[in-house]
Design a protein around this ligand. Structure first.
Ligand SMILES: [Zn+2]
Length: 697
């Protein structure tokens, strides 16, 4: 007893010597991320070429075209402009990675990709060992919630950690062939805002950390009216303008509820969009400012109005900024710095500046078999480590058009050393081992009977493969392909991408594109041959295998279908749609136990995936267990009111059980709601069943 007491006292003394962080602050944080939003497409960023004046020495200024002479190509963003006017706008905020998931992981962990290890889309997940902002806020007593606009940040990738509420439910989509690779299910900003406002009505008076993610500016660009008409020639900017309107709706709530004084609002982009300034239409391949320079606006208590900060800042600085505001204990793993010295005084703390921004993309390697890219950016310089390295003087050449490496070898050398400080020493072969699921999920999948699910994979990062900038012709062919696909010119699209496959035969994405065109042409034989081609030369990704499986289903080769989809599931169990297709194929093969396993593999990772419950219902039907079937169909419909299959299945189940009223209710619901283009072929039978039930009563 006495010993224990002494220990307690000693501990207390040890603690009191350190500065105690004050109590968590009685305030809230609204964090909004704008997907795919270039800083220079917000109207409050228009004048930067002029307001950044001090950066340009007198003689340089002469050479710079006056702003008025340049054409503004962006959106009108009155709400974000107003937010900037009552807060601080960061002129040069830099994302760490030009990809949604890794970029958000850097914001939420305050670390570079080398630390959080969520380094690309597909195949990577955020391990539970990382302390995220949401987890920190929740343990300090804040209510946490997230409303996201796309499955690109779905809970399977681990960003949901620490959120009490994580709303990543997207409208159910048809399982159609011919979807372009890399397109995630998304929902309009309006829906995300509605959901967030609904939540706010319940929780506005609490202390909270709320994340709202808008995906609309991401390709494909399809803004609603009036933005569709107003931005007919520039639908990308139309999406940004539309998103701005929705941010405005969200902020209005805070004003109406008098929450402005207790809420820190942070708006940040996760990456930009290439828009062909360097041969890339979208993002992920290059690390030029087109895709790395993002908007960042901070407003709220303690934030001066109308201030503009010219110093470079980074997405890893977000976490330390929020933890300081909320008085949370700092996250010792964080590599970013708090932006409060910049917000309050316009100057970084001595020695603590964020002037070095490490940037990288592995996407060229993982999707194209090209060299990965790394870079280091300062206020003045950008160094890109590539097979042919590049150096840009951003003061003279903000468009990064002229590689001045030969003229400034010392600068390049110093920045390259800075890269190795972040990534670890330049090993001959940087071997990256990564797994698409964390240990817990892997164990749960194994307990279902899956052998080596999501086995860690290896990636060699030694700049092998072509330099992405030498492959711009492939990128242009892919763009041409995309345009033709949108126009429905599938055969032409296939021709446009065939040459890319020929010239770049180990490129997995080019194979995927070509096969996608064949699928649209309903030429399953050639689609299968194209996928198999990638398998044979050993560049098949899990996406290629899952699509190969679907194509085999089309030609009724179910044995080969399940083989391909099983392999895809082993490689990447986070592809839940693949498990759904696999489960459905098993059901067709009357292999109910394996079908059940596939649907359960989905629910382990996302227990709100409606179609998996529909699948489990069908498994129960196979077993003659109508009660379990009904419960599962109902659950599917409850999670997703547009789960048409569950609707129909409930109708049929009640019909078989002789419960006419209930059977009629669900069959009618199905015949009224189910989209004709997907379910039209079932309607005559459904209507006949309805007639029969009506005349029978
Ligand atoms: Zn994104």
């Amino acid at each position: 007893m006495a010993l224990a007491l002494i220990a307690t006292v000693a501990l207390a003394t040890a603690c009191s010597r350190q500065a105690q962080p004050p109590e968590p602050r009685d305030a809230s944080v609204l964090f909004v991320t704008l997907d795919t939003t270039r800083a220079d497409h917000l109207s409050c960023y228009v004048d930067d070429a002029v307001t950044a004046g001090p950066r340009f020495r007198g003689d340089d200024r002469q050479q710079k075209p006056a702003f008025a002479e340049r054409r503004y190509r962006g959106a009108k963003t009155p709400h974000l402009d107003a937010l900037a006017a009552r807060g601080v706008r960061f002129v040069r905020a830099i994302a760490q990675v030009p990809l949604t998931l890794p970029s958000h992981a850097s914001m939420f962990t305050g670390t570079y990709p080398e630390v959080h290890q969520l380094r690309d889309m597909g195949g990577f997940t955020l391990d539970a060992k990382h302390l995220t902002l949401a987890r920190m806020a929740r343990s300090a007593g804040y209510t946490t919630a997230a409303f996201v606009g796309s499955k690109a940040v779905g809970r399977v990738f681990g960003l949901h950690q620490g959120f009490d509420t994580y709303d990543d439910q997207m409208p159910s989509r048809e399982q159609q062939e011919g979807k372009l690779p890399g397109v995630f299910p998304e929902r309009r900003a309006e829906v995300t805002t509605d959901r967030a406002l609904e939540w706010l009505k319940q929780h506005a008076r609490e202390r909270f950390f709320l994340w709202v993610h808008y995906y609309d500016p991401h390709d494909p660009y399809d803004p609603p009216e009036p933005y569709k008409s107003n931005y007919r020639d520039d639908p990308y900017s139309g999406e940004i303008a539309y998103t701005d309107e929705q941010v405005g709706r969200l902020l209005k709530f805070f004003d109406e509820q008098n929450l402005r004084e207790r809420t820190l609002v942070i708006v940040m982009g996760d990456h930009g969009e290439g828009l062909n300034d360097h041969g890339e239409a979208t993002h992920g391949i290059f690390i030029y400012d087109d895709t790395m320079h993002v908007p960042l606006i901070v407003a709220g208590p303690g934030v001066p109005a109308g201030k503009v900060v010219n110093f470079q800042v980074r997405s890893i600085d977000l976490l330390p900024t929020v933890t300081e505001f909320l008085h949370l204990s700092p996250n010792p793993a964080a590599q970013g710095v708090s932006l409060w010295p910049l917000i309050e005084r316009g100057q970084p703390l001595p020695g603590q500046g964020s002037n070095y921004a490490y940037i990288e993309t592995l996407y060229p390697k993982t999707y194209m078999n090209w060299s990965e890219l790394r870079g280091m950016r300062t206020d003045r310089w950008k160094f890109i480590l590539a097979p042919k390295p590049e150096l840009y003087d951003l003061e003279r050449d903000p468009g990064e058009k002229e590689n001045v490496l030969a003229r400034h070898p010392a600068e390049a050398d110093q920045l390259q050393k800075k890269i190795w400080e972040v990534t670890g020493p330049a090993a001959k072969d940087q071997k990256l081992t990564y797994a698409p699921v964390n240990k817990e999920t892997r164990q749960e999948l194994e307990s279902l009977g899956y052998v080596s699910p999501g086995t860690p994979r290896e990636l060699i990062l030694n700049m092998s493969g072509p330099d992405p900038k030498d492959r711009v012709p492939t990128l242009l062919a892919m763009q041409k392909f995309g345009q033709l696909m949108k126009q429905g010119a599938f055969a032409q699209a296939a021709r446009a991408i065939e040459s890319a496959v020929k010239n770049d035969p180990t490129n997995p994405l080019a194979h995927l594109y070509l096969a996608t065109a064949y699928e649209k042409m309903r030429d399953w034989r050639r689609a299968i041959a194209t996928y198999r081609d990638a398998v044979e030369i050993r560049v098949a990704t899990d996406e290629i295998l899952s699509r190969l499986g679907k194509a085999y289903v089309r030609v009724h080769d179910l044995e080969n279908a399940v083989r391909a989809m099983e392999e895809a599931g082993r490689m990447n169990p986070t592809d839940l749609d693949n498990f759904r297709n696999l489960g459905t194929a098993y059901l067709q093969l009357k292999r109910a136990p394996e079908a059940e396993k596939a649907f359960r593999a989905i629910l382990i990772q996302d227990d709100r995936y409606a179609a998996a419950y529909n699948g489990l219902g069908l498994v129960a039907i196979e077993r003659g267990d109508g009660d379990t079937a009904r419960v599962n169909f109902e659950k599917a419909l409850e999670l997703d009111p547009d789960q048409y299959e569950a609707m129909l299945n409930l109708g049929v189940l009640y019909q078989r059980a002789g419960q006419k009223e209930l059977a009629l209710r669900y069959l009618r619901m199905f015949s009224e709601k189910a989209p004709r283009k997907d379910y039209g072929h079932l309607l005559p039978d459904v209507r006949a069943a309805i007639r029969e039930l009506r005349t029978g009563t």
